[in-house]
Write a protein that binds this ligand. Structure first.
Ligand code: HEM
Length: 705
């Protein structure tokens, strides 16, 4: 396999030797809310240094002009192929963005974490340290107005443009991370082993993005390095799908990208140690001798050798034409790996095409009927390629930025479908005080839409309203800024059909008369206000309500927001969800004690709840959790649940018990059990944060603050 098992071990050794080294594996130095190194609460962002005003004012055309001049200024320290660094920059930008995965929104170039381990030492990122090094003078010149994340993507854009390729626009505003923490779940790392182990490297499954650890998508040589294009095609579809790319986007990106540049594998001896192994001189290169050892024609990057087209610094559709024009045969190239050449052409042939090559993953595009049709389309129609590539490239480099409202700068194209655009909120807002009154009344008024919980023999909908607001908002992911209650997409499939959302349409139906009697009131605002009103009524600290959400149209193409993931290890689930939602451990633990409806628990398949009085938000939850012994039982509906020993009808869910099992969560739970005030404060902080988490105003701003 291509995953350097030795890398992790040698990195561990190095990190143990160098206490202050930026270790790709975290050793759990003491930190508030640190959980011992596995699944830390929040990635560290350099917010203090992010200057949205400066980014907004940046003259992007001036940066691009500087970049284009830099691309043509070949340096002896790392000579440019064909006198142009453009192709190297495109590969850097694509590898920075291509880490994105739809499963949990992690990865992507926002954060600029390609500078840090684990990403910087990935086998697929060999020699990209040179590309970033070339950019330093430009980073220095523009300072805080140009983050590393923006610069890396802009370098890719400028390179495509400078060689004649199409660019849709630029969404600025990537906020640089202070280290590689947020990429630990991508692996290789202990965090990744916990959350998403890969049992057969080369066949890694979702939620991991790539098939192979430390590669961006797939092994270019073919699955498990077997040069079989027929096997490679389904793997390409699988992993590009994990990154939310469809077939047309996939083919346009691969062939559009490989219109440029070449692969590097001058000899079989490899690139040398990675930055994690040898930070002082990473990937020195082992091919050739003398001053040009390891560079220029002696470069070893991937271990394959040659360009895809006869003019690798010009944008065109020759890649697709070459694929169709020649029969391709496999051979072992100078770098010792299988690659493909036109039949009957070898290095001694004077024909310029004798020089060109394809990877197994390129030839794979001929072996799948849908891919083949797209190859034919792009070979015949340059305009179709221009349109498909420019849109797919913009999506590739922008989708981890989330909605349109996070983009800064004057070159932002109109909202794209992948940004899940929402209509503007209604111009006239209702009287929210009056809405609150109506909700308060509805809390204890029986409705034919759904039987209420009964408290003291009277109907009570508060726990159901709080559950609806939670279900609406809690699919928010700070990893890619998707989800949340804005748009109220919980009304539509697929969200409404998620098992955890069972009967949420009926809870909304209880609120329907209120929606009908207040023109200008959106479902999204109503859902959030109903949840917060119910909690305030249940004696939560006064919760902030910030109106102004809009409703997605029922006619929109269903947006594939991902449900929170379900892990067999509930401890990992709770921690991972907290991290993805952007909640601290304190906030997550406090929110576990939100009002819990016994009737809804039964609809979810459990035998009941831990309390039959869900009308009060108190720290009782933590007392019940900590003061009982629990046994695993299976409910009549087949749900695994926990029963309090020696009691009747007191049930919790495995995720509740995870709070007790984890020492950091348990410590917080103990504090909450003994300090009601601390609990209520943490609860309000977490609830308020989550309810407005999707109200973006630029990359770091929030329109509710
Ligand atoms: C280079 C594989 C998709 C752009 C390479 C190299 C490999 C590779 C092995 C050679 C690196 C080296 O030795 O220097 C793949 C595979 C892909 C894929 C397996 C997916 C199946 C893409 C995409 C883009 C892209 C989507 C951009 C849209 C490039 C460029 C280079 C390159 C521009 C040339 C770099 C240079 O000249 O220095 N690719 N690639 N590739 N790739 Fe891809």
């Amino acid at each position: 396999t291509r995953y350097p098992l030795g890398m992790l071990l040698s990195t561990l050794t190095l990190c143990l030797m160098l206490v202050d080294a930026k270790c790709p594996v975290h050793f759990g130095r003491a930190r508030a809310e640190d959980d011992g190194g596995i699944l830390q609460a929040e990635p560290r962002r350099m917010l203090l240094e992010f200057d949205a005003a400066a980014v907004n004012k940046l003259d992007i055309d001036a940066v691009k002009a500087d970049l284009k001049a830099l691309f043509l200024d070949s340096k002896d320290s790392w000579p440019a192929d064909f006198g142009n660094y453009g192709p190297l920059m495109i590969r850097m930008a694509w590898h920075c963005a291509g880490t994105y995965r739809q499963s949990d929104g992690r990865g992507g170039c926002d954060g600029g974490r390609q500078r840090f381990d684990p990403e910087r030492s990935w086998a697929d990122n060999v020699n990209l340290d040179k590309a970033r090094g070339l950019l330093w003078p430009i980073k220095q010149k523009y300072g805080n107005a140009l983050t590393w994340g923006d610069l890396i993507i802009l370098a890719g854009d400028a390179a495509i443009e400078s060689m004649g390729g199409p660019i849709l626009g630029f969404c600025a505003g990537r906020v640089d991370d202070a280290d590689g923490t947020a990429s630990l779940p991508l692996g290789p790392s202990l965090d990744q082993e916990m959350v998403a182990p890969c049992s057969v490297n080369g066949e890694c499954e979702a939620p991991l993005g790539a098939s192979t650890m430390s590669l961006i998508y797939v092994n270019p040589e073919g699955p498990m390095a077997v040069p079989d294009p027929e096997l490679s095609a389904p793997q390409i579809r699988e992993v590009f799908g994990r990154m939310s790319m469809n077939d047309s986007e996939t083919v346009a990106l691969i062939g559009g990208g490989h219109a440029f540049g070449k692969v590097h594998g001058a000899c079989p001896t490899g690139p040398g140690p990675s930055p994690a192994q040898q930070p002082w001189n990473p990937w020195p290169g082992t091919c050739g001798e003398g001053p040009m050892k390891g560079k220029g024609n002696n470069t070893f990057t991937s271990g394959f050798e040659g360009p895809w087209t006869t003019n690798p610094i010009r944008w065109d559709n020759e890649y697709f034409q070459n694929l169709l024009k020649y029969d391709w045969e496999v051979h072992v190239g100078p770098g010792g790996h299988h690659q493909w050449r036109p039949v009957n052409k070898d290095a001694s042939d004077p024909d310029p095409v004798a020089n060109i090559m394809m990877l197994t993953t390129d030839v794979a595009l001929l072996k799948d009927p849908i891919y083949l049709e797209l190859v034919k389309l792009f070979a015949a129609n340059q305009t179709a390629l221009d349109i498909a590539f420019s849109h797919a490239w913009y999506k590739l480099v922008t989708r981890d930025m989330g909605p349109y409202s996070r983009c800064l700068g004057d070159q932002v194209p109109p909202p794209q479908p992948f940004q899940a655009p929402l209509p503007p909120p209604p111009a006239t807002k209702p009287d929210f005080k009056a809405v609150e009154k109506a909700i308060t009344k509805a809390l204890r008024t029986a409705s034919s839409a759904l039987p209420a919980d009964m408290v003291g023999g009277k109907p009570y909908y508060g726990a159901l309203f709080a559950t609806l607001a939670w279900q609406c908002a809690s699919n928010f992911r700070q990893t890619d800024y998707t989800g949340g209650c804005n748009g109220a997409r919980i009304r539509f499939s697929p969200q409404k059909d998620w098992p955890q959302n069972v009967a949420m349409d009926s809870v909304l139906a209880v609120l329907e008369p209120i929606k009908a009697s207040f023109p200008g009131l959106t479902y999204a605002d109503l859902i959030v206000q109903a949840g917060s009103t119910a909690l305030t009524n249940a004696k939560a600290r006064k919760l902030k309500f910030c109106s102004g959400r809009s409703d997605a149209s029922p006619d929109e193409t269903p947006f594939p927001f991902q449900p929170p993931r379900v892990f067999s290890n509930k401890l990992v689930q709770l921690k991972d969800n907290a991290q993805v939602m952007g909640l601290t451990s304190r906030e997550m633990v406090a929110l576990q004690a939100r009002l819990r409806s016994p009737s809804q628990q039964r609809r979810l398949g459990y035998s009941g709840s831990w309390t039959d009085n869900p009308s009060l938000l108190t720290n009782e939850y933590f007392k019940v959790l900590l003061n009982n012994d629990w046994v695993n039982v299976t409910s009549a509906a087949g749900q695994l649940e926990m029963k309090a020993v020696g009691t009747e009808g007191v049930y919790m869910m495995p995720t509740d018990l995870a709070v007790k099992w984890d020492p950091v969560f348990a410590t917080i739970a103990q504090e909450f059990a003994t300090d009601a005030n601390a609990f209520l404060e943490a609860f309000a902080a977490g609830w308020n944060k989550l309810m407005i988490a999707d109200r973006f105003k630029g990359p770091t701003g929030n329109e509710c603050k």
